[in-house]
Every structure is written in structure tokens, then in C-alpha cells.
Design a protein around this ligand. Structure first.
Ligand SMILES: NC(=O)c1ccc[n+]([C@@H]2O[C@H](COP(=O)([O-])OP(=O)(O)OC[C@H]3O[C@@H](n4cnc5c(N)ncnc54)[C@H](OP(=O)(O)O)[C@@H]3O)[C@@H](O)[C@H]2O)c1
Length: 329
């Protein structure tokens, strides 16, 4: 039977305006970095995507290199899109990126116009799309003039291959320059995608201010620190966790005694708030209005269901915030 999405899907989700743009994003977005490659089970991917869409998630984040193997997350997403979501394309914001190694030779990496334009063409083919909603430059390139990379984003938008341009992993000063160049070109930067969680807080030292001043949205990635900010590593490393997965980016060494102590204490505060640690970690980011959406991952539908409930309480008392700061010191 063909998939019929939940009729009430837009009722529980919150939508937040992305900077000064016309676009609103679901407060929770789903990323396909892990768990959606050819090494993964397609029916699990489909179940996660259906639950996301049924829950009002409108934003799905990909990149050329997601897999493994690289490109396979876009292929799987394209297949599921065609089979289940074809009637709903216009309800979705689909993003892709280029900036990390994708193919051999000097044109398959970093930030040249050659790489970005060719890579997006490949991504569109893999996903079976005419355009993506957002196309990002994935990381700053110290060797390519910033003007060239921003010209590539502008060209891609003007060609209609992407509706909006974004940047990812750009430090505050570079972000400010990139945003200025895009503005002059008439293709405003929609959004910045930085790594941000209770455990990784560099964005608080300037970047969030730049984005607020410029009216650019912010979508933190790895808001659960790849699963560290959940209750799963309290008693060792579960066999089905990212830290135990040979394809995973989280390493066993990341789960050290100091971290586990912090996680244990944070978990206590979460329990007092009637939340799981995952819910509290996401709520803690969403308490800041400059954060448009949190970009989560999930290896199982049940995790997504758990994380979605963060929206029930994104308000923190002064005492809770202070207690969290003490733990994170
Ligand atoms: N722009 C960039 O450079 C960049 C870089 C990285 C990521 N991203 C984007 O950000 C997205 C999210 O990154 P991420 O996957 O690292 O995010 P994350 O939300 O910090 O971590 C997701 C992982 O945590 C575990 N998890 C999630 N919810 C859970 C819950 N409720 N309870 C227990 N465990 C839970 C799962 O891992 P296990 O079950 O496998 O342990 C899941 O795969 C990516 O898919 C990608 O779209 C962008």
C-alpha cells in the first residue's frame, strides 16, 4: 500500500523563521549523515523518514559524501522519495552540500566553482531532483578565494539548481565575509550550519552574534554530540551504538571518564525536568531564538520519537541553567 502521511502532521511541530528569509523550518530537522548509506538497512531508513514526515519535520539534510559509500545516502533518499514522498516534494526542504573529498583529482574537493557546480549536478541525479532547496558550501577552503566559492553558490541559485545558499563550519569572521559577498551578489545567505551542542560551544564566541546581526538562520549539527548527550553511554558502549560502529565517526576514546561523569550529572537534571537527556540537550539549544532548528540524527525510529518530545519543554529556570554550566565547566 502506498504511504499516506499523518493528516495531523503539522499540528505538534513548531516552525521557526530562518533568519530574515521567507522560509520557516521545523524546529527539528533530520540529517542523513549516518544510518542512510548502502551499508544500512533501507527499510529502517524508510521508517525513520516516514516517522519524521508524519511528525511535521519538513527539513531533510544531506551532503554529497554521506553514506558510506559516499553518495549512497543521496541515492537511498532519492529512492524513498520517489517511492513514498513523490506527492509531497513541495512540503519538504531538502539540502545538500559539497566541500569534503568526493572524487579523485583536484576538482573533487574543497571550494572551487568547478567542484561545487559538478558536485551538485551529481547530487541532483542521485536524488532524482530538479533542484535542492538549500545548497551549502560544507567547509571553508583556505586555498580558494572566498569570492569564487560564493560566486559558485550564487550561480547555482541563479541557475535554479538550488533555491537558497548556505555555509557550514565557517568561523565567525569568514562567515561574515561570505555573507557580505553573497548579499552583494543578490543571493542572500539563508543559513549557517555549525557544530553546536552542550559539549561544543565555539559558536557562542561570535558566530551567533554575526548571524543574528545579518539575519541568517542557524542550524546546529550533532546537537546530541553524536549520541553522547543521551543516556546510552551511562553503562558502557552498547553494541548497536555509533561508538561501536566501525563506520561511525564517534570513537570509543570520546567516551572517557570525564565525559561519562558529565553525562551522568546532566542526566540527573534531565530527569528532574521529566525529560530524557536527549530531550534536554535539544531543548537547551532551542531555548535560544537565534537557533532556527536542531539538526539531529537517528539510527532507529524510537530515537527520533524520543528526541521529538523535547519540544514539550524548552524553557529553563535560571537555577537549571546555572547547574548545567557548573557541570560543563
Ligand atoms: N555540516 C557538517 O559538517 C556536518 C557534520 C556532521 C553532521 N552534519 C549533519 O547533522 C546531522 C546530525 O548529526 P549527528 O547524527 O551527529 O547528530 P546527533 O543528533 O548529535 O547524533 C545522532 C546519533 O545519536 C544517537 N541518538 C539520537 N537520538 C537518540 C536518542 N533519543 N536516544 C539515544 N540515542 C540517540 C544515534 O546514534 P546511535 O544509535 O548510532 O548510537 C544517532 O545516530 C547529520 O545527519 C548531518 O545532516 C553536518
Amino acid at each position: 500500500m502506498s504511504y499516506l502521511p499523518d493528516k495531523n502532521r503539522y499540528q505538534e511541530m513548531q516552525y521557526r523563521r530562518c533568519g530574515n528569509s521567507g522560509i520557516q523550518l521545523s524546529a527539528i530537522s533530520l540529517g542523513l549523515w549516518h544510518n542512510f548509506g548502502h551499508v544500512d538497512v533501507l527499510e529502517n531508513c524508510r521508517a525513520i523518514l516516514k516517522l519524521a514526515f508524519d511528525s511535521g519535520i519538513t527539513h531533510f539534510d544531506l551532503a554529497n559524501n554521506y553514506g558510506p559509500p559516499p553518495g549512497s545516502a543521496e541515492e537511498n533518499f532519492g529512492k524513498i522519495l520517489k517511492e513514498d514522498f513523490a506527492a509531497h516534494r513541495d512540503e519538504m526542504i531538502i539540502s545538500s552540500k559539497a566541500g569534503y573529498t568526493m572524487w579523485d583529482g583536484p576538482y573533487g574537493d574543497w571550494g572551487s566553482k568547478k567542484y561545487l557546480v559538478a558536485s551538485l549536478d551529481q547530487s541532483l541525479k542521485r536524488m532524482g531532483l530538479e533542484y535542492v532547496d538549500i545548497f551549502y558550501h560544507h567547509r571553508p577552503d583556505p586555498a580558494t578565494p572566498l569570492e569564487e566559492t560564493m560566486h559558485a553558490l550564487d550561480l547555482i541559485v541563479k541557475q535554479g539548481k538550488a533555491l537558497y545558499a548556505g555555509i557550514s563550519n565557517y568561523p565567525a569572521a569568514d562567515a561574515s565575509k561570505a555573507i557580505g559577498i553573497l548579499k552583494k551578489l543578490g543571493t542572500p545567505c539563508l543559513i549557517h550550519q555549525p557544530k553546536y551542542s552542550m559539549f561544543v560551544r565555539w559558536v557562542e564566541e561570535g558566530l551567533l552574534d554575526v548571524l543574528e546581526q545579518e539575519g541568517v538562520g542557524c542550524i546546529p549539527f550533532s546537537p546530541l554530540a553524536q549520541g553522547l548527550l543521551t543516556n546510552k553511554y551511562l553503562h558502557g558502549i552498547p553494541a548497536d551504538s555509533r561508538a561501536a560502529n566501525p563506520n561511525g565517526f564517534l570513537k570509543e576514546a570520546d567516551i572517557n571518564e570525564t565525559r561519562v561523569n558529565q553525562i551522568r550529572q546532566l542526566n540527573e537534571i534531565a530527569l528532574q525536568r521529566n525529560q530524557t537527556l536527549a530531550q534536554m540537550a535539544l531543548a537547551w539549544l532551542l531555548k535560544d531564538k537565534r537557533v532556527t532548528s536542531v539538526l539531529i540524527g537517528a539510527s532507529k525510529p524510537a530515537q527520533l520519537a524520543d528526541s521529538l518530545l523535547c519540544l514539550d519543554n524548552i524553557i529553563f529556570s535560571e537555577a537549571e541553567l546555572n547547574a548545567i554550566e557548573e557541570i560543563l565547566k
